[in-house]
Design a protein around this ligand. Structure first.
Ligand code: ZN
Length: 642
């Protein structure tokens, strides 16, 4: 059946709360027009989407659906239990892509994939290729590790993307049948159980918002409330890993498996908003505050444990063992975006910017054909070049790999880049708020009429941002600009050439705008030295260099021949200059001796020093020049006058 045009009331972004301080915009209201972010979105549409689909065809993950439809699937299922979710995340990416830029060939590709998924749906709505057939474990027999509801959640999110980008199609009907099935199995009259991996909660709330079906919200609320009651059998990582150690509303900080924790917090906030549960909303906001203050890397990455992919203790943020999974960064953006919509507080947009630019964008290789799963802040030895046609173990790749046995990150990148424009701006009844800077156009209706504007900038490398009004209501309206935390008090704002005073993290210009009015924002982009909190012992005595919104790193290919990254220390007193995309710093490079005992008296490891200038590059761009070592946190040189 062909898709039908969804009514405008259904359109919007990935999140559309029924009440919020800020209104999210849809693909028809905010679009990238060029520059840095359009390059990334184009890389996604031209390379990454195809890359993901080719891999999943080649290794049978999409074929699982075909074989299920023909009754030919059993214990020989291709891939681990939850590979269905990668197909669904690709579908979500395709849906956003089609909403952004309709394309007949891509539409056919999308529909063909939907048809294959649909063919595997069973009569009662159940849809999973790993369970319930001869030779497979029974349905819902392994809720701890089976990821059934997790996969369903991703299918439902793909359906939401389709509805929000203007089409009501077969995928939406598949998702409805599936959600109805889950309601029967896990709803008020169903089993008292939850899935080991949260995800369906956030999907169900959004599906309820998009379809108007209250049972999906009810089910999400029940699943959020059930968690934390010890319904899952703890494995070696304990109940905390599953966030099953305490109810969401009782937790004060995010803990356990980072992606699970952040997906759950996002779903819990959505439930809180739709059920007017201010205590639950406040609990999630407090968890965000405490996690950002004590458990977040300078890149915005989260999760410092490799073994359980989990948050560490407060201030346990080792750079060399940073897990900082790409998906956790994406999940962090999901949560911050929801909190931003609810509160309008610029601190959430600040973290979104930091995480997008310095954690998420570090994942895809410059050519879009390989990805980091983990995002270390310190690579001690040259990475091993992975085979371009082999599946990698997830965290073992020391360079970006084309595909993983658990390949959650590449498809998560795909759906995020396809919809990244939707995180740039919002609206209220009276104005537009610009949260992220890039080249993009906004056109939306305010209570007083249509407003249209264009944002142009060389950001994140250049700090000059221009906002030109193309159309505005006759009555007064407003345009708000976020001042990044590092620029507060130093950024310069003008309106039609006249400087505007401000304080705080947001500048709001209110007036009866006319076409041609121009606002400018000038952000100070000189490189700056950033010190870690003294409690982060792993990086004591070091500093990071940031330039604008970008975290810099030193990569070994930018050192002189024969110099070892391990022996570099920098002079943090001035001598820091700006380059086109990065910074240059004065450094000493000492060759550390190779001792038989790696401890000694002060100065015992000093070798010949050679002062030189070294180039720092944006962290997201590291490892694009072959195997290398790299570090973000740079030791400060011992000063002779100290
Ligand atoms: Zn991942």
């Amino acid at each position: 059946m062909p898709s039908v045009i969804a009514p405008p009331t259904l359109r919007g972004g990935p999140v559309r709360p029924s009440t919020s301080a800020l209104r999210a915009l849809g693909p028809d209201e905010v679009s990238l027009t060029g520059g840095f972010w359009q390059e990334k979105q184009t890389l996604n549409s031209e390379v990454i989407l195809d890359h993901c689909q080719r891999w999943m065809e080649r290794i049978g993950w999409i074929g699982n659906f075909d074989r299920a439809a023909h009754g030919a699937l059993g214990s020989d299922h291709a891939g681990i239990e939850f590979v269905d979710s990668e197909v669904y995340k690709l579908l979500e990416a395709l849906a956003w892509e089609l909403g952004r830029k309709p394309d007949a060939d891509l539409e056919l590709r999308y529909r063909a994939l939907v048809a294959r998924v649909e063919s595997a749906q069973e009569a009662d709505g159940y849809l999973h290729t790993s369970f319930g057939r001869s030779g497979q474990p029974p349905r819902y027999s392994n809720l701890e590790w089976g990821h059934e509801l997790y996969c369903f959640g991703h299918l439902i999110q793909a359906a939401v993307a389709r509805l929000r980008s203007g089409s009501d199609d077969e995928l939406v009907r598949v998702a409805r049948r599936l959600a109805d099935h889950v309601y029967g199995e896990f709803g008020p009259d169903g089993r008292d159980a939850v899935c080991g991996h949260p995800e369906i909660e956030v999907a169900l709330v959004e599906f309820s918002r998009a379809t108007g079906e209250p049972r999906y919200l009810e089910l999400a609320r029940i699943l959020v409330e059930r968690r934390g009651r010890g319904l899952l059998v703890p494995d070696r990582f304990g109940a905390e890993y599953f966030l099953d150690d305490m109810p969401v509303r009782d937790a004060t900080v995010l803990r356990g498996h980072a992606v699970r924790a952040l997906y759950l917090a996002s779903g819990a906030l959505d439930v809180a908003v739709e059920t007017d549960d201010s205590a639950l909303a406040s609990a999630v906001a407090a968890q965000w505050d405490n996690t950002v203050a004590r458990r977040t890397y300078i890149t915005g990455g989260v999760g410092s444990h490799h073994l359980d992919e989990a948050f560490g203790e407060d201030f346990e943020l080792p750079p060399d063992r940073a897990y900082a999974e790409t998906c956790a960064g994406i999940a962090s953006v999901m949560l911050s975006w929801r909190l931003l919509l609810q509160t309008g507080d610029a601190k959430y947009a600040d973290l979104i910017e930091r995480t997008l630019l310095n954690n998420i964008l570090a994942s895809p290789r410059a050519d879009g054909r390989a990805f980091f799963y983990t995002n270390t802040l310190h690579q001690r030895v040259d990475g091993t070049v992975p085979e371009e046609d082999e599946i990698n173990a997830r965290a073992q790749s020391s360079l970006r790999a084309p595909w993983f046995e658990v390949s959650c990150c590449p498809t998560n990148i795909a759906r995020t880049l396809a919809s990244v424009n939707l995180y740039f701006a919002t609206a209220t009844e009276t104005g537009v708020q610009l949260h992220q800077y890039g080249d993009y156009d906004v056109a939306t209706n305010l209570a007083t009429g249509q407003i249209a504007l264009e944002v142009r900038t060389g950001y994140p490398f250049d700090g000059a941002v221009s906002v030109r009004i193309r159309e505005a209501p006759d009555a007064e309206s407003s345009v708000s600009l976020r001042i990044p935390r590092w620029a507060i008090g130093r950024a310069v704002v003008t309106v039609n050439g006249a400087r505007v005073g401000y304080s705080g993290s947001t500048v709001t210009i209110s007036r009866a705008f006319r076409a041609g009015d121009e606002l400018t924002l000038d952000l100070p982009m000189a490189p700056r030295v950033t010190h870690p909190h003294p409690s982060i012992d792993a990086v004591r005595g070091t500093v990071a260099i940031e330039r604008g919104p970008l975290v810099m790193c030193l990569e070994s290919c930018d050192l002189r021949e024969g110099h070892d990254l391990a022996g570099v220390s920098i002079d943090d007193r001035g001598c820091l200059t700006e380059t086109v995309r990065g910074a240059r710093v004065h450094a000493q490079s000492a060759q550390a001796p190779n001792p038989d005992w790696p401890y000694g008296h002060d100065g015992g490891f000093k070798a010949e020093n050679a002062a030189c200038d070294v180039e720092l590059i944006p962290y997201f761009d590291w490892a694009n020049r072959g195997p290398s070592t790299m570090r973000v946190w740079l030791p400060v040189a011992t000063r002779p006058d100290h």
